[in-house]
Structure formats: C-alpha cells, structure tokens
Design a protein around this ligand. Structure first.
Ligand SMILES: NC(=O)c1ccc[n+]([C@@H]2O[C@H](COP(=O)([O-])OP(=O)(O)OC[C@H]3O[C@@H](n4cnc5c(N)ncnc54)[C@H](O)[C@@H]3O)[C@@H](O)[C@H]2O)c1
Length: 326
C-alpha cells in the first residue's frame, strides 16, 4: 500500500511525545526512528517504550539523512529554533502548539517552509477529532442554520509543578479553543476577557481564564480554560465544545469516551484525545508529507490565533471590567 516507510524523529521526549509515539506505533507506513532531548531519563524511558534509538545530539538527529520528518515536542520558547533547524536540513515538521512566541517567528516558519519546499503543520489536534469534523461539515452545509452560540470549555486540574512547565492557560490552552473556533465558524470580530491566578502558591501565570467573543454574523462565543479544577459532575466540561445554530446543534465532550485509568496528568484517560492525535499524525504523514496536501489548520491560522491571544492579553491589561460597588 505504501511505496516506502516514512521515518520520523522527535525533538523532545516528555508528556506529548508519549501520545505521538503511541499514535505512530499504531499507524502503518511510518516509524519512530529516534529521538533526542536534553533529559537523559526521559530519552531512555521513551526510547525503551517505543523501541527507537536515542541520538547523541540535536545535530546528529537533524543531520540524519534517513529521517524524513521531525516532530518538535519541546517547550513553546524553543519551537522556532528547532523547527528552523529541521527545515534547513530539508525535513518536514510537525510542531506542537502553541507554535511560537511571536508573530514574527510564525511568519519566519511559514516562509521558510515555502522556500525549502517542506511541509510544516501546527499540532492543532482538535480539528482532527472525528466529531468536530462532522460539526464542521454540518455548519458548512447549512444544516445547523445561523450559528448563534459557541461554547468551548477545558477543565482539567494540573498541579503547579506541571503547570509551571507551560505558559498560562491563555497561551497554553486557549490556543486549542481559538483554532477550533476559526475552523468551525471563522474569525471573531471583538472580545472581552478575564483571567485569574487562582490556585498556585508561587507560579505567576494564569490558571483560569474566560473570554467572550462576538462572531462576524452577530453570534457570540464563550471560551473557558482552567488548570485549577477538574469537572467530575454529570455531563462534565473536561473538554467540551457546543455549537448552537438556528436549525440545529452539536456537542463534543471528552467525557463521552472515558477509560478508568490515569493518563499522565489527566485523572482519567479521555480516549477521544488519543484517537484524534492518531488522526492528526496520519493526516500529516499520509496527506501532507506523501501527497503535499495543505493541513486543515495552517501556520497562517496559528498567526490568527496568536493575534487573538494578544488581543485577549491587551483586553486583560486594559482591565475592561466595571467595578461593582453595589
Ligand atoms: N496538543 C496537546 O494537546 C498538547 C498537550 C501537552 C503539551 N503540548 C505541547 O507539547 C510541547 C511539550 O509539552 P510536554 O507536555 O511534552 O512537556 P514536557 O515538559 O513533558 O517535555 C518537554 C520535553 O522537551 C525537552 N526540553 C525542555 N526544554 C528544552 C529546550 N530548551 N530544548 C530542547 N528540549 C527541551 C524536555 O527535556 C522534554 O523532553 C509544548 O509545546 C506543549 O505546549 C501539547
């Protein structure tokens, strides 16, 4: 079925490497050949788990002529550096979200991919979720009518020692909400926002944020992100997307597919997450790398998301809140 095996290497061997490695192991036509990160313990753990080699250095990984594709699975601040190294060596790149720190870095990545003739795809995993793809088809076909409301909520407790490896929830989590929103209903036209540092002892980034947006058609969207609490009530909002139109509505919920086993930081295994990461990896290798198909969410979408994030940060800085003295 495949004319040749696509060989992948990981830069980064942490939590998200676990999901990508497991996905590659389940998919035909590709293999995880090796990995590198500065953490020898993580390298050993993941290489034993996935049966791949560990490179001696980042240069050895990037310069390996047997590698076709590099996944950049390191903290956000280092994505631009490693993705540029990979593309300069002629490799295709899947880069985790948030793709980069600044718009200039994102433009550089997009332009370099074009000039080198390689594919680069943001790790915008939720648009590869089967039920959200179905929602998108129904919206595009007009089967939901005019979209009046969109809600996207994330509530999964992350201990402070995990959260401090990431930026706050606006940059770390709301990127997911924003590329989902763009994919389903397009760019918002205005927003208001609040954030809180609610549960941390010393970490100074936000662990709670809510944003309300006006859509181009006059509809409203509300997104919420929390590292401060789980939701184990009935019909929980662990990761939840509801779209309501004048002719119909849909929802996606992590809690529709739950295995009673802890999954890294998550208290339960939310199986949809694992399935759509597999869809994402399959799409990148089989469509983008093998056939040159553009991804359904691009670096230009990452640029739009980051512009919205900057507007959220601006709204919060300007504190567009009315103090209630009642
Ligand atoms: N798509 C998703 O749902 C999702 C979920 C979790 C994390 N992520 C993203 O994946 C990336 C990694 O997150 P994680 O949870 O795996 O983090 P992690 O802390 O578990 O692992 C990070 C890995 O990068 C390495 N590393 C750290 N600093 C580095 C540097 N300066 N240069 C090279 N390597 C470095 C570490 O040694 C480790 O191997 C982040 O960008 C994060 O936002 C995405």
């Amino acid at each position: 079925m495949y004319d040749r095996l696509i060989r992948i290497a990981f830069i980064g061997a942490g939590d998200i490497a676990f999901l990508h490695g497991a996905a590659i192991g389940r998919l035909p036509g590709m293999e995880l050949a090796g990995l590198w990160s500065p953490d020898g313990n993580l390298n050993r753990e993941k290489s034993e788990l996935f049966g791949c080699s560990v490179y001696d250095s980042i240069d050895a990984l990037v310069d390996d002529p047997a590698i076709d594709v590099i996944f950049v699975l390191t903290p956000m601040e280092s994505h631009h550096h490693y993705a540029m190294m990979a593309m300069d060596a002629g490799k295709h790149v899947l880069v985790e979200k948030p793709v980069a720190v600044t718009i200039a870095e994102l433009e550089d990545l997009r332009d370099t991919a074009k000039s080198r003739g390689v594919a680069i795809m943001p790790g915008h995993n939720y648009i590869h979720e089967d039920s959200l793809r179905r929602t998108k088809i129904m919206i595009d076909d007009g089967r939901l009518g005019d979209i009046a409301q969109v809600y996207i909520m994330f509530n999964i407790d992350h201990p402070e020692e995990v959260a401090c490896r990431y930026p706050g929830v606006i940059r770390q989590l709301m990127i997911h909400h924003l590329y989902i929103l763009l994919y389903l209903v397009g760019k918002p036209v205005s927003l208001s926002a609040m954030k809180s540092i609610f549960s941390y002892e010393t970490h100074t980034e936000d662990d709670l944020a809510m944003v309300t947006m006006r859509l181009a058609n006059g509809g409203l969207a509300h997104i919420g992100a929390s590292f401060a609490n789980d939701d184990h009530s009935s019909d929980a909002w662990s990761f939840f997307v509801k779209v309501m139109g004048t002719k119909g509505s849909t929802r996606f919920s992590y809690n529709d597919w739950v295995e009673n086993a802890k999954a890294v930081v998550h208290s339960h295994t939310y199986s949809a997450y694992h399935f759509h990461i597999e869809n994402e990896v399959r799409f990148f290798i089989d469509e983008c790398v093998r056939k040159g198909t553009p991804p359904p969410s691009t670096i230009d979408d990452a640029i739009t998301c980051l512009r919205i994030v900057e507007a959220i940060e601006d709204a919060i800085d300007r504190r567009c809140e009315v103090d209630l003295e009642i």
